[in-house]
Ligand binder design. Structure first.
Ligand SMILES: NC(=O)c1ccc[n+]([C@@H]2O[C@H](COP(=O)([O-])OP(=O)(O)OC[C@H]3O[C@@H](n4cnc5c(N)ncnc54)[C@H](O)[C@@H]3O)[C@@H](O)[C@H]2O)c1
Ligand SMILES: O=C(O)C[C@H](O)C(=O)O
Length: 399
């Protein structure tokens, strides 16, 4: 029997890690695709040379031609730009919208039967654009975020309760942004719900509330520490779990950005919901009962994704014209404060940037003013940085 073929579009930090994990797990032959000639080929060769040491059989190849992904069973998309300190995920919408369109076209032409997992941010909106551009049915295109957010929540809870991560289950629903919804009631240690553990004195409401917030800020915490990009090990592990559920028809119940057709009151939009992933892709969206407070939080998150979708629609309309004002656009998307501002790690990153760049920030007593200004500068800097990858990213995919 022929091996599965796994195509990884984007051979950066997550792409490389995905290739390693797919190899170690012998999930199939791996093709890395990237617009940066040499990167996918180099990473593929490096990984192939690790295979005798690790003892896995999987062909590893790299290419900048979309024809290389022909016949792929699973495609995982990480193409695009990652945020840096001072940015929110939403700030990536301009550049990554055009990347999703070109990747979608490449998939449409070369691998229309694949199961596609999108990782590129801002996730919930990007997966929608990718699905449309690829022309694939909605059940075959899904976004990865919920598994990652839930893994963070699980890890923090396991630390708090001093138990194995294996015994902690948790659910995070909603959009992959500041408004995501970690569900305490549906989080357990070996089946014992967290609220019951609180009654048993295992923790306090305040400590769990802090863990919920740390989960929401989980991405920003890593960005603040790395400074040059965002998380990649846990995101790659999370996408691999989804790919395995599809390839092995495991029918795992996982939180993922799925195309809703009325579930949770969401119509024709991708958002993070619990779903079953099996041989037919997203086979079912599971509607769990939510109390009034949970419903309110989820609605807020859905609203944020909806606003950002409108921004993306404007960007698509303006494509080919002058680049839209991304900063203003991202602001429009709910006027949300970035998770970065809330994260202490990110604050540290912003402070550093301010210290480096600004001679005008004299008083350390005016920390909050300095923080705002440095975040603004970082955004402006990022907007400039976006110009560089934008040119090749929007180029027509070669087949
Ligand atoms: N959904 C999530 O939970 C989650 C988690 C982590 C990161 N992310 C997002 O995933 C994306 C990738 O992160 P990363 O750390 O791997 O970034 P990275 O910069 O290391 O890699 C991105 C790669 O995409 C390539 N690329 C750019 N335009 C392309 C195009 N048109 N076609 C093919 N390749 C293209 C770049 O050359 C680069 O190698 C970012 O948008 C990041 O925000 C999402
Ligand atoms: O935070 C980011 O920018 C990357 C990703 O969405 C994450 O949650 O790690």
């Amino acid at each position: 029997m022929a091996r599965n073929k796994i195509a990884l579009i984007g051979a950066g930090n997550i792409g490389g890690t995905l290739a390693l994990l797919a190899g170690l797990k012998e999930m199939g032959d791996v093709v890395l695709f990237d617009i940066m000639d040499g990167i996918p080929q180099g990473k593929a060769l490096d990984l192939a040379e690790a295979s005798p040491v690790e003892g896995f059989d999987a062909a590893m190849s790299g290419s900048k031609n979309y024809s290389a992904i022909k016949g792929a069973d699973v495609i995982i998309v990480t193409a695009g730009v990652a945020r840096k300190p001072g940015m929110s995920r939403d700030d990536l919408i301009g550049i990554n919208t055009s990347v999703m369109k070109s990747v979608g076209e490449g998939i449409k032409k070369n691998a229309p039967k694949a199961f596609v997992i999108c990782i590129t941010n801002p996730l919930d909106v990007m997966v929608g654009i990718l699905q449309k551009a690829s022309g694939l049915p909605a059940n075959k295109v899904v976004g990865m975020a919920g598994v990652l957010d839930s893994a963070r929540f699980r890890y923090f809870l396991a630390e708090e309760f001093k138990v194995s991560v294996e015994d902690v289950t948790a659910f995070v629903l909603g959009g992959h942004g500041d408004t995501m919804v970690p569900l305490i009631r549906y989080s357990t240690v070996a089946g014992i719900p967290v609220p019951d553990l609180l009654k048993m004195g295992w923790s306090t409401k305040k400590r769990i509330a802090d863990i919920v917030q740390r989960t929401r800020d989980g991405g920003a915490e890593i960005v603040g520490l790395l400074k040059t990009g965002s998380a990649f090990y846990a995101p790659a592990s999370s996408a691999i779990v989804m790919a395995e559920s599809y390839l092995k028809d495991k029918r795992r119940l996982l939180p993922a950005a799925a195309f809703c057709t009325g579930q949770y009151g969401v119509r024709n939009m991708y958002v993070g919901v619990p779903c079953i992933i099996g041989a037919n892709g997203v086979e079912k969206i599971v509607e769990i009962s939510l109390n009034a407070a949970e419903k309110k939080m989820l609605q807020k998150s859905i609203d944020a994704v909806q606003s950002l979708s409108k921004v993306a629609a404007d960007i698509e309309k303006n494509a080919g014209k002058e680049a839209p004002a991304k900063k203003g656009a991202a602001k429009k998307a709910g006027g949300k404060k970035s998770a970065a501002k809330k994260s202490s790690a990110k604050k540290a990153g912003a402070k550093k940037a301010a210290a480096k760049k600004s001679t005008a920030k004299k008083s350390s007593a005016k920390k909050s003013v300095a923080k705002k200004a440095s975040a603004k500068k970082a955004r402006a800097k990022k907007a400039a940085a976006k110009v560089a990858p934008a040119a090749p990213a929007t180029s027509t995919p070669s087949s």
